[in-house]
Design a binder for this molecule. Structure first.
Ligand code: HEM
Length: 417
């Protein structure tokens, strides 16, 4: 194995992400010199770092060889231990008392995915587009004017996708702030500003909220996804308690934190590349390809872990049954073997076979929704924009699972609608 002087903590430790941003330099070296690299970061259980596009794709496309459980993501041994002590029944799920789509394998995975699948079909999303347009207009109106200064993350990006996913899920608007806080505490668990001290109490709080919602939707079913899940059946029986509540947790959190980060990092990329912003203003039909380039560029989901079911091989390396493989999506999305000039931000990139939404069995259920939300936002934004500039540096979130910026101070001049 090549002896690379790469500190594996740069790949996994949330505080390193806060200090340095995404470790693109290390990933670039790994792709070139050891794309399937054994890592033993201090304080973490070891894993293979998978950094090339082809390997991320091959692993994700073979769920029978590479399971999505029990290890979902990178946590310190101490954190895993606390979870195991708090939730001893969840030992076979890595101590996470959640049974979500992302931690299920076929054939069970398909059965559960089919429950929510119809809600995210492009034909249904067409009917949601007007609502996303209204949400966008409302948020932009609040910040219209000359030389308006604000934090793009906390004032716009956090609310834009949140509102839509709450409506899809049937969460009342009065509870949106709560969902935002709980999601920040989940994905920002290691960030001193976003996380909470008693992290073991977070999931019970979420479960409690969604349990009440389930009761409501059982008593008075509506057209929303919450009603479908609350009254849904698997193999002729209602969904088991943990599976049901986990579904809510996944959709409610994955449905906006990811898109929020894409929107934020994408806005920063446009600020940093005025030629690309000018191109989008001149031709707003580019908003569609810009949305995908933003997801490639931002890659808000940094990693997911797979566990080998059998002895096998990836990229010429012998993988033992039980080994963990960490798929680094931002690295796959900068792979020189796949993308021409991968470190250039090009809103008209075509083709753009990025893996920002994953690939294979677990391909993002909300990809079409996220693409539409980003496109609609960009269309309205460039139609009204006169001027924009940074008003300080962005602040990185201390997160190595789903990440990006927690603050992005900007100043813009935006015309009224
Ligand atoms: C830019 C925004 C988004 C990004 C970058 C993103 C990324 C991803 C990735 C990488 C996966 C694959 C997980 C794996 O392979 O294990 C995934 C799965 C998933 N995403 Fe997204 N996502 C986004 C938006 C959304 C939205 C808006 C929803 C709305 C519900 C959503 C719901 C899900 C669900 C339910 C899964 C699990 C699918 C499965 O396991 O079958 N995501 N997402």
């Amino acid at each position: 194995m090549p002896d690379l002087d790469i500190d594996p903590l740069d790949l996994v430790a949330p505080d390193r992400y806060a200090a340095n941003g995404f470790p693109h330099e290390s990933w670039t070296r790994l792709r070139a010199e050891d794309p399937v690299h054994w890592c033993e970061p201090e304080g973490y259980r070891p894993f293979w770092a998978i950094t090339r596009h082809a390997d991320v794709k091959a692993i994700s496309s073979q769920p029978e060889l590479f399971s999505s459980r029990p290890r979902l993501n990178l946590q310190t041994v101490a954190q895993e231990q606390t979870m195991l002590e708090t939730f001893p029944d969840a030992a076979d799920q890595g101590g996470m008392p959640l049974r979500m789509l992302v931690t299920m394998d076929p054939p069970e995975h398909r059965t559960y995915r089919n429950l929510a699948g119809p809600y995210f079909r492009p034909s249904v999303l067409k009917t949601l587009e007007d609502r996303v347009g209204e949400i966008t207009t409302l948020l932009l109106d609040r910040h219209a004017g000359t030389d308006v200064e604000f934090d793009f993350v906390t004032e716009i990006a956090s609310w834009h996708p949140l509102r839509m996913i709450c409506e899809i899920l049937g969460v009342a608007s009065k509870d949106e702030g709560l969902i935002l806080r709980l999601t920040n505490e989940l994905f920002g668990a290691d960030d001193p500003e976003l996380g909470r001290d008693d992290r073991e109490n977070l999931l019970p709080e979420m479960f409690n909220f969604f349990f009440n919602l389930v009761e409501e939707k059982r008593a008075q079913p509506g057209e929303d996804l919450a009603s479908v899940l609350a009254n849904g059946e698997v193999d002729g029986k209602p969904l088991p308690h943990i599976e049901l509540l986990s579904y809510f947790v996944l959709v409610a959190t994955a449905g906006h934190d990811t898109t929020r980060n894409a929107l934020t990092v994408g806005m920063h990329a446009l600020l940093d590349h005025p030629d690309q912003l000018a191109m989008l203003q001149a031709d707003p039909t580019l908003a569609k390809s810009a949305a995908d380039e933003i997801v490639r560029w931002a890659s808000p989901v940094i990693h997911f872990i797979r566990t080998a079911n059998v002895d096998t091989e990836i990229g010429g390396k012998a993988i033992k049954a039980g080994d963990n493989l960490c798929l680094f999506y931002p690295s796959a999305n900068r792979d020189e073997l796949v993308f021409e000039d991968p470190f250039a931000f090009r809103i008209d990139r075509d083709p753009n076979p990025h893996l920002g939404f994953g690939v294979g069995e677990h391909f993002c259920l909300g990809a079409a929704l996220a693409r539409m939300e980003l496109r609609v936002f960009l269309e309205q934004f460039v139609a009204r924009l006169d001027r924009i500039e940074a008003n300080g540096d962005p602040a990185n979130t201390a997160a190595s699972f789903v990440g990006g910026y927690k603050h992005l101070p900007i100043r813009w001049t935006l015309r009224p609608s």
